[in-house]
Design a protein around this ligand. Structure first.
Ligand code: NAD
Ligand code: DAU
Length: 332
């Protein structure tokens, strides 16, 4: 693989994947195709090797633009998506447009061009909630919010292109990812940046919902393993192995930010809030992948990164962000 098209490479995980490819494989050239929505940010790829990184501003829902960008690429890895559950509850149209139609355009372009590998980055949320045990790839999907339903839709379109046309599609389902450069609507960067400014952190419901935390570079190495060693038509879970209740996560964030629990503000629960996510990643482990980051160390370095990089998030927490914040949390 010499030329890889990364869609959504200006977002949180996509930008880390761009850096991962350029740092790990000296002969790889990355074409980064991103619409630069509210969540896309060229600051996320500041300083990457320009000679091996080409940025194209474009929309995966635009069939002509994505086909043009894919020409000459050996593989495409799709990160481009609308990704925030709360926004999908406020309005789902963009989720359907990008996460379903956009994925259709990607597989259709890959089929036309004969692209050798198509990796669709998906999420553990497609399984829905599980109170005991962990989901395996062979379990049926049961998404319960508009975001996860649209991600499941995109997956199914992708898999149909494997079964019907033999397109070499591989899917990864990652768990809750954390690290530097995450847009501060997601719980971890939202709580850290609020805490730095002594703004209350809005904890949904009883705070006992469980998420499995995966450090961003481990998520990237998991996707890379599936890309290079995975079998076409297969799905691979990428789990962090760090299940925590939100209240535990919140206390740790506040402690690392040097604040007290007085900042915790219990607010109304998210509608349809999935209680627990848990996935079994033994299928990816069998390909040689293991997450490297310890949760305590990852949390410490992540909170420190937001404390040290106000230049990155302060300019995001203005304009559209403040309007969204008011819409989402205003009445509470
Ligand atoms: P993000 O919201 O930080 O970034 C998404 C990126 O996609 C942005 O750069 C945005 O500009 C771009 N984009 C959105 N719509 C586009 C379009 N129509 N055309 C081109 N670009 C578009 O997201 P993230 O957290 O980095 O997630 C990346 C992928 O990983 C998504 O597919 C998401 O479903 C999946 N995922 C995320 C997590 C997580 O915890 N963050 C976990 C598992 C899977
Ligand atoms: O599981 C993978 C998924 O993880 C990804 O597919 C999604 O793109 C990503 O956004 C994430 O989804 P979650 O809904 O789990 O993440 P979020 O950060 O929004 O919420 C994490 C938990 O924290 C969840 O139980 C809801 C809770 N929460 C969240 C916010 C934003 C709060 O209590 N208060 C908040 O303000």
């Amino acid at each position: 693989m010499k030329r890889i098209l990364v869609t959504g490479g200006a977002g949180f995980i996509g930008s880390a994947f761009v850096r991962y490819q350029l740092e790990t494989y000296p002969d790889v050239h990355v074409v980064n195709f991103d619409k630069l929505t509210y969540a896309g940010n060229l600051d996320n790829v500041k300083g990457v090797d320009d000679k091996r990184h080409t940025f194209i501003k474009g929309d995966i829902a635009d069939a002509g633009a994505i086909t043009e960008a894919m020409k000459g690429c050996d593989a495409v890895v799709n990160f481009a998506a609308e990704t925030h559950v709360d926004r999908s509850i406020l309005g789902a149209a963009e989720f359907i447009n990008t996460d379903i139609t956009g994925v259709y355009n990607i597989v259709e372009a890959a089929k036309t061009l004969g692209t050798k590998r198509v990796l669709l980055v998906s999420t553990d949320e497609v399984y829905g909630s599980i109170l005991d045990g962990s989901f395996k790839e062979s379990d049926p999907v049961g998404p319960r919010n508009p975001y996860s339903a649209s991600k499941a839709g995109g997956e199914l379109i992708g898999l149909s292109y494997f079964h019907t046309f033999g397109l070499p599609v591989v899917i990864t389902r990652g768990s809750n990812t954390y690290g530097p450069f995450q847009y501060p609507e997601k719980v971890l960067p939202l709580f850290v940046t609020n805490a730095i400014d002594d703004i209350p952190v809005p904890l949904y419901g009883d705070g006992k919902n469980v998420r499995d935390w995966l450090y961003v570079d481990d998520h990237c190495s998991g996707i890379d393993t599936a890309l290079r060693k995975g079998e076409p038509g297969q799905i691979y879970n990428v789990a962090g192995g760090n299940e925590r209740e939100n209240i535990v996560l919140t206390h740790r964030i506040l402690e690392l930010a040097g604040k007290t629990a007085a900042l915790i503000k219990p607010v109304a629960d998210r509608p349809g809030h999935d209680r627990r996510y848990s996935i079994d990643a033994s299928k990816l482990h069998a390909l040689g992948w293991q997450p490297k980051m310890d949760w305590d160390a990852g949390m410490a370095l992540t909170v420190k990164w937001y404390r040290d990089n106000e230049w990155w998030w302060r300019k995001i927490k203005t304009g559209e962000y403040l309007e969204y914040y008011k819409r989402q949390y205003g009445g509470q």
